[in-house]
Design a protein around this ligand. Structure first.
Ligand SMILES: O=C(O)CCC(=O)C(=O)O
Ligand SMILES: [Fe+2]
Length: 502
């Protein structure tokens, strides 16, 4: 579950004053910290609520006794209305018009509509115009200059906040190392716990040489791909991608692309489409055969799309190859003694992650603190480069321009203990397995016993050692007597966050 957190010091709360400046189509925000930011005008002229104090009139007065409702409550109420109701209510006054035009409302309505479910339709530039079948010129443009709202304005600010202040001037100590390539031994011995960017291995891939949006459209325009909650044809998705202004653009993230696109993966195939960079070659989940969890995704999205903070599933590691565009990554290691990244809150069993809903909201509110947090690493993975995500690392990713990427998750031998313990101790958080696979841990152990008994034995011994270390630490913490009393207490293997214990 996620929820929106509005950072108190993000700059767009009541102390922000928006003043027309530098021409009709731009604004200068005068912020309390006197940082100046030039952004375009809100399409309807809505301004942050702080502006009401310097204005001569306020459109909110038109709703009479309903002024008692905070904007947040009004916005939630509107989520219960359908399209005719929103249009009717929106015609009452400018204040309600501005609220009833909110793209979030129309996005929800459209995604549930038969048109969206058909997967193939013409995107008309906004959720509302697409839902109502309106051409650009047919949309009423009612100016709402005297509408002041910290519910309506911030998403717009987030949409237009420039990314470059956050993604450039990376402090040298934070920079993700860039390497030409690595051998499997170098990876295994020195790098499997560290993020890095490889600059060479992808450049020979046929998909790297031939894929861009036009080429994909020509071959796969009618094929449906998953983008968050929808399955749209590539044709439709690319229309959306090229002409929308969502704060968090819908992100194409499809795990069935290899079959859908008829690709062949692996250097030894007759005409391979791409192959796994050699240094990541070993993947112990291969012992699961058909029972392995999802491991490959095609990722397409416009500038500003991306992934909010998460760790990869089942304690796996991943590589992410950028075929077109570029991605900014910010990453944090995770172990028992480090908190999650600033602005990210995790439930005790780590099953629930709460963070600001949008990437821009996080950048505005938490990036500066994150950059100064020990462990933080950052980097830009450019076209033809591959980034390594070690098991258990938190990461947030934002596309700096239209991007096409392929990512794969895998289990290197150095993370076998972590993966075993995750499957065993967190069955409720295990994901990506087919429904028929009812015992992922048991199946994985069986597969390992058959194909790599020595590795399995070492990993189980390592887990035993860690559990013993934790028991000793526990005993030292609570005192020997109590430890004796609590002997019934049983330690699990723990998670990927196990500390090194003597
Ligand atoms: O490309 C992205 O948005 C990031 C995907 C991701 O989280 C990953 O590859 O682990
Ligand atoms: Fe990830």
């Amino acid at each position: 579950m996620k929820s929106s957190i509005i950072p108190v010091d993000s700059g767009w709360t009541a102390d922000v004053v928006v003043q027309p400046s530098g021409g009709a189509d731009s604004l200068v925000l005068e912020q309390s910290e006197s940082s100046l930011l030039s952004i375009p005008l809100h399409p309807l002229g809505v301004k942050p609520s702080g502006n009401q104090y310097t204005a001569t009139s306020n459109a909110r007065h038109a709703i009479g006794p309903f002024q008692i409702l905070p904007d947040e409550v009004l916005a939630i109420f509107l989520e219960y209305l359908d399209s005719p109701q929103l249009r009717l209510l929106g015609s009452c006054c400018k204040f309600l018009y501005a609220f009833c035009r909110s793209e979030d409302l129309w996005k929800t309505l459209f995604i549930e509509s038969p048109q969206s479910k058909s997967g193939s339709f013409s995107w008309r530039g906004s959720w509302r115009s697409t839902f109502l079948g309106l051409e650009a010129g047919q949309m009423a443009e009612i100016r709402c200059e005297n509408v002041f709202s910290d519910v309506l304005y911030p998403p717009f600010l987030c949409t237009y906040t420039p990314l470059s202040p956050y993604t450039t001037n990376i402090p040298r100590g934070n920079a993700i190392p860039r390497l030409e390539d690595l051998s499997p031994t170098e990876f295994s011995e020195n790098w499997s716990d560290k993020p890095f960017i490889l600059t060479r291995p992808v450049r020979e891939w046929p998909v790297y040489k031939s894929w861009d949006t036009d080429a994909l459209l020509e071959q796969f325009g009618n094929v449906k791909f998953r983008a968050e909650a929808v399955d749209w044809s590539l044709n439709t998705y690319i229309q959306y991608m090229n002409n929308s202004s969502d704060e968090s653009p819908l992100y194409l993230f499809d795990r069935g692309f290899v079959d859908k696109m008829g690709l062949s993966v692996g250097k030894h195939q007759q005409s391979p489409s791409y192959w796994i960079p050699e240094c990541f070659g070993e993947d112990l989940f291969a012992v699961l055969g058909d029972k392995r969890p999802d491991d490959k995704w095609l990722i397409i999205g416009p500038a500003r799309s991306g992934s909010t903070y998460h760790k990869d599933p089942n304690a796996t590691s991943a590589w992410n190859a950028v075929l077109r565009g570029s991605k900014y990554w910010i990453m944090f290691p995770s172990n028992a003694s480090t908190p999650p990244p600033p602005g990210v809150y995790v439930s005790e069993d780590q099953s629930e992650v709460t963070s600001p809903l949008s990437i821009a909201e996080w950048l505005l509110g938490f990036h500066a603190e994150a950059r100064n947090t020990p462990g933080c690493v950052e980097g830009i993975c450019g076209e033809g480069e591959v980034l390594h995500v070690p098991s258990g690392w938190w990461h947030l990713v934002v596309n700096l321009d239209t991007s096409i990427a392929i990512t794969q998750n895998f289990v290197p031998r150095s993370h076998l203990p972590g993966v075993l313990s995750f499957l065993k101790d967190k069955p409720d958080q295990v994901s990506g397995f087919k429904k028929e696979v009812t015992d992922p841990y048991g199946d994985f152990v069986k597969g390992m016993q058959k194909e790599h008994p020595d590795l399995l034995e070492q990993a189980l011994a390592e887990l035993e050692r860690r559990a013993e270390g934790r028991k000793r630490k526990w005993a030292a913490t609570i005192g020997k007597d109590e430890a004796e009393e609590s002997r019934g207490f049983s330690f699990g293997f723990g998670d990927d966050s196990d500390e090194e214990v003597p």
